[in-house]
Write a protein that binds this ligand. Structure first.
Ligand code: SIN
Length: 562
């Protein structure tokens, strides 16, 4: 295993040169912008980074949809932090490490839990109204937390409340140049350093944005699967473009499935927040038995990976595709006030949370794998930063603790700003040259029908062959199917759907390769052919990077930092 350096280029895997941008310029207008900091992504991590950096620097923020279409906006449960006098960062640390099943980076988790409370207070100062009773924050309980520590807003509308308050500051403040509905195609590289990005606007125009530093905060990749709580735009764009630029990716086998997503065929499907189980809702099998009682000391509030495994066992036993969530014994007025999003969402689907059993099944929810960063957001590529779900700081180990992800966006978004302040104050101040490897031929690309079918093939393949339970023969079949799909496609033209498909394919390929490498079961990674956890062999991370000479995928294992 080679040593990877962060950001300063020492030991960097990007030293060999730039990946060719993924585009053809023929027939498209080219525009130019220039920033100190370019942030890609408009969820909690991107908004936090952009707002913070704009105090000192000229900042651009590009997001592929609008600010109310992010994964953050859909978040329900809340933000975990030691805000109660009975709680402490130490207890939050302990719960996070236990949920992470031996793969957390202890130092990164310490940073998360110690800095979290201050970030939440700052959010309140910015205008976010968290739910309070008699002036005190109301704290919810979720799986694997030893106490109630989840702050929430609008009952179960935390994501939209937080995102709206940050978005309001961004849009009214005028300090960040905001570009919504703009798809970043690829990063621009010069001599191994990231110097900006190329993006595609809604009218088909291309923009070359030069930047002294780029922050990827593009969210996750739930759309790799057929059933997901993530919005349609969670297609792993940040992961894929960082990989193409030479960044090291870590733990790509770990996709967290949320146990209780409404069992429906729509994409995305409705999340039925874990906070409901925190308030006492049950999980029942077809016979009406609480199957988590006796299966784990915390019953329905066991860590997410444990609940999903038992749901899977029960469904296999009963020949069923879902289990039931039961909130009928909870006070209806309380449910209406505390869970308006879930209640109304279910009502639209013909279900009454207060009086009926709700069919629920796991759905892809949070991508633990990501761009390897240190605790300051620095990737292994100079000039390239990542935070939030796009990054892998090591705080989640092999299974993320509930409601640690909005916290992650806040804490590491802010730390990325502090690091940018250092880097931009001393680093080479200007981008002096950039070579645009734009292909000159007209690319026909792929027909829309083929692109839609390709996306469905990726989702079906990953759901069937690299889902909650994996094994070597099925993962090998997944690899072959993805490779055949890739080979059947022409190079992408300038369409978002095509570019997303190529990003989904890249991320799926990484997930399968890392899942094949890890020959054990740990956290959210369950191998039927290696059912035991193997600390001696596998208390290690999986690492992936692109060989910049051959273009090939390099997969290897690396040590865990204690
Ligand atoms: C939920 O509300 O259940 C989701 C919270 C999370 O994913 O952390």
């Amino acid at each position: 295993m080679r040593a990877y350096g962060y950001g300063d280029g020492s030991g960097s895997s990007s030293a060999g040169g730039a990946a060719a941008p993924f585009i053809s310029r023929r027939g498209a207008d080219l525009r130019y912008s220039s920033y100190d900091v370019l942030v890609v992504g408009g969820g909690i991590a991107g908004l936090t980074a952009a707002l913070g950096a704009a105090h000192r620097w000229n900042v651009g923020l590009i997001t592929k949809g609008s600010l109310d279409q992010t994964t953050t906006f859909l978040a329900q449960g809340g933000i975990a932090a030691a805000m109660s006098p009975h709680d402490s960062p130490k207890l939050h640390l302990k719960d996070t490490l236990e949920a992470g099943v031996g793969l957390c980076d202890d130092e990164a988790v310490r940073v998360l839990v110690e800095e979290g409370p201050a970030r939440i207070r700052e959010l309140e100062q910015l205008g976010t109204k968290f739910d309070r009773r008699e002036g005190k924050l109301i704290l919810g309980k979720e799986g694997a937390h030893s106490m109630a520590r989840v702050v929430h807003a609008g009952g179960d509308a935390t994501g939209s409340v937080v995102a709206s308050s940050l978005a309001e500051v961004i849009t009214k403040g005028g300090r960040v140049e905001l570009h919504e509905n703009e798809f970043v195609i690829d990063l621009l590289m010069d001599g191994g350093r990231c110097v900006g990005a190329v993006s595609l606007g809604a009218e088909g125009e291309l923009t070359v944005s030069l930047a002294r530093a780029v922050v990827l905060a593009c969210g996750g990749a739930g759309q790799v699967y057929s059933r997901t709580t993530n919005p349609l735009m969670a297609t792993g764009d940040g992961h894929a473009m960082a990989y193409r630029a030479g960044a090291v990716m870590r733990d790509m086998e770990f996709m967290q499935f949320h146990p209780t997503a409404y069992y429906g065929k729509e994409n995305p499907t409705l999340l039925v927040t874990e906070a409901l189980r925190g308030e006492g809702a049950y999980l029942l099998d077809d016979a009406g038995c609480r199957f988590m009682v006796g299966a784990h000391p915390q019953a329905e509030l066991a860590p997410r990976d444990v609940v999903v495994r038992h749901m899977r066992r029960v469904c296999d036993r009963d020949g069923s595709e879902h289990v039931w969530l039961d909130a009928r014994h909870l006070d209806a007025a309380f449910l209406r006030e505390r869970f308006p999003t879930v209640l109304n969402g279910l009502k639209k689907r013909g279900f009454d949370l207060c009086g009926q059993l709700i069919p629920v099944a796991p759905a892809s929810h949070y991508f633990i794998g990501g761009v390897l960063t240190d605790t300051w957001g620095r990737s292994t590529v100079p000039g390239l930063y990542a935070c939030g779900e796009t990054s892998s700081t090591g705080i989640h180990g092999a299974n993320r603790l509930a409601s640690n992800s909005l916290l992650e966006g806040l804490v590491f978004g802010e730390r990325t700003v502090r690091e940018l302040n250092r880097y931009l104050a001393v680093a080479d101040p200007a981008v002096r040259k950039v070579r645009l490897d734009l292909a000159d031929e007209v690319r026909e690309g792929n027909a829309p029908g083929a692109v839609a079918e390709g996306r469905a093939t990726v989702q079906r393949t990953m759901t069937d062959l690299c889902g909650v339970v994996r094994n070597a023969p099925e993962l090998t079949r997944a690899q072959e199917t993805l490779a055949a799909l890739q080979a059947s496609l022409a190079a992408p033209g300038l369409s978002v759907a095509e570019l997303e498909l190529f990003n989904l394919l890249t991320v799926a390929e990484h997930m399968v390769a890392a899942a094949l490498l890890r020959e054990e079961s740990r956290g959210v990674h369950l191998r039927s052919d290696f059912p035991e956890r193997d600390d001696a062999g596998w208390r290690r991370h999986s690492l992936i990077h692109r060989d910049l000479e051959t273009g090939g995928l390099v997969v290897e294992a690396g040590p865990v930092a204690d």
